[in-house]
Design a protein around this ligand. Sequence first.
Ligand code: IPM
Ligand code: MG
Length: 362
Amino acid sequence: MSKNIVILAGDGIGPEIMNEAEKVLSTVNQQFGLDLMWTHELLGGAAIDAHGVPLPEQTLNAARQADAVLLGAVGGPKWDNIERSIRPERGLLKIRSELNLFANLRPAILYPQLADASSLKPEIVAGLDILIVRELTGGIYFGQPRGIRTLENGERQGYNTDVYSESEIRRIAHVAFQLAQQRNKKLLSVDKANVLEVTELWKQVVTDIAAEYPDVELSHMYVDNAAMQLVRAPKQFDVIVTGNLFGDILSDEAAMLTGSIGMLPSASLDANKKGMYEPCHGSAPDIAGKGVANPLATILSVAMMLRYTFNAEAAAKAIETAVGKVLDQGLRTPDIWSEGTTKVGTESMGNAVVNALINLGE
Ligand code: IPM
Ligand code: MG
């Protein structure tokens, strides 16, 4: 029986980069006989324009029924001033939460061909390969109570709640330990246990679970130190597990070490490896519609989808190899362009990956 994917191209550069990702998906679907089918639904600003809400019922139902979701990007200045509860980002948070996509995997890999792109010295980042595992459906992003209230003296006060229950910590810790087992067997848990009780519990629970993974070396770091170490000596890290807010911040920092956020995919998984796959970068409204956006992060998100949800490792590897080939050919979208390489647009980049895939198969 064929497997179903729901594609949510979203806003800004979303539709352009998704177009290229779809070409790649069609190519491997044929090459590897994957029997995948896909449909399109609306999310974010596009859904607000059409239906008045960022996550319409139809989109949520389709995503629930699908085996995987492929997402472009959401948001843009057009929707920045609408009421907070129906902003595009809320659609994204809601779909993560409704589908129980608690495990967010964000690799930060430095492509040797792009070593110049990092703002750090080459010797600090050469060979960098970190995986950030961010808890995605709990913590301060979802904790209640939250809001902006007016105090008796008339002053307004904003408040949020950072909360993690043991079971939430346990399930993300297991995912992180298991991923570490498949890599260099080093896991760093990031907390702020010197100040915040919620992360004191986090640290305790992760430490308890370590007993089940004797082959993985577990260490702990406060988030401020981790932020510093990431720019000081990032290659000390293998897998990093942390809560929703710290993970949001550290994953952007780690992405920037590679100098090319336009290259980084991500996976958000539930307990059964159903997943939503999306590039780490945003909707980049400033370059939307210009045909210059880098489609490679979305294309690499397709590879992650094939690997984690569809267990199609060979097809995933083929996409990653094809991306390496187009970089070897010197093709670069403007965000990763440097002297001596060839500047290409979104569509040419997508076509080049398709051609590289076809050549690999021959
Ligand atoms: C991310 C983004 C989102 C987040 C925003 C768009 C809600 O920054 O995926 O990292 O904070 O989770
Ligand atoms: Mg973020």
